[in-house]
Design a protein around this ligand. Structure first.
Ligand SMILES: Cc1ncc(C[n+]2csc(CCOP(=O)(O)OP(=O)(O)O)c2C)c(N)n1
Length: 191
């Protein structure tokens, strides 16, 4: 299973959600499907997409927040899973694309490679109840549907191949994305 296929599968569901992605390949693959003003690509700050997502979810309880994360990023901020469990935002779905690799910076192996570290087990151990592992597109689709139907925090660990986009490039930088994302939230609140 490839992350790009997973993103394509859930793309239409992301229409009315606030979406925060990690940098690099994941951001690019979502962007390549078509940018929307409710997408925020967190460049540079590796590991913190889930923390941004948590802040949004707690402060905007009427919104649904989807975080698109990576195994390397989660490993860099493992405490995030315990913080999510502690505050348990009902409106947050945390999707971890586990490709066992730091793909965006050259494809070095991460600790999830060869099953050494099990992020789903860590999420459960942190105290998160709704944790899914998806090995196939069908699993992933089902996990997403279940998470959307569950009025609670969900984590989906999607096992994906370590492949990314052929080309990188967006027609705006992080500050413009941040301003526009903020405006999108304000527009949503006032409508
Ligand atoms: C603190 C910090 N260290 C290192 C980097 C460089 N960096 C950017 S993306 C990345 C790999 C991210 O890996 P993962 O979250 O697994 O996503 P993938 O690239 O595999 O999709 C690294 C090491 C960074 N941006 N910030």
């Amino acid at each position: 299973m490839e992350r790009a296929e997973c993103l394509e599968q859930i793309y239409s569901e992301l229409d009315d959600k606030l979406v925060v992605t990690i940098m690099g390949a994941c951001a690019q693959e979502l962007y390549d499907l078509g940018h929307r003003e409710n997408f925020f690509y967190l460049q540079h700050a590796m590991g913190l997409a889930s923390s941004i997502g948590l802040g949004l979810a707690l402060h905007l309880p009427e919104e649904r927040v989807v975080v698109l994360d990576g195994d390397g990023s989660v490993l860099m901020n493992l405490g995030t899973l315990t913080t999510l469990a502690r505050y348990q935002p009902k409106n947050l779905i945390h999707i971890i694309f586990d490709n066992g690799s730091l793909l965006s910076t050259g494809g070095f192996e991460s600790q999830t490679t060869s099953g050494i570290t099990d992020l789903a087990a860590i999420a459960r151990g942190a105290g998160i109840e709704h944790v899914h592992t998806a090995e196939t597109l069908l699993d992933f689709g089902e996990a997403m549907i279940e998470s959307l139907e569950t009025d609670d925090l969900s984590v989906i660990v999607a096992k994906v191949d370590a492949v990314g986009p052929d080309n990188y490039g967006m027609d705006f930088q992080l500050p413009e994305n941040a301003f526009r994302f903020r405006r999108c939230i304000l527009d949503k609140k006032s409508s």
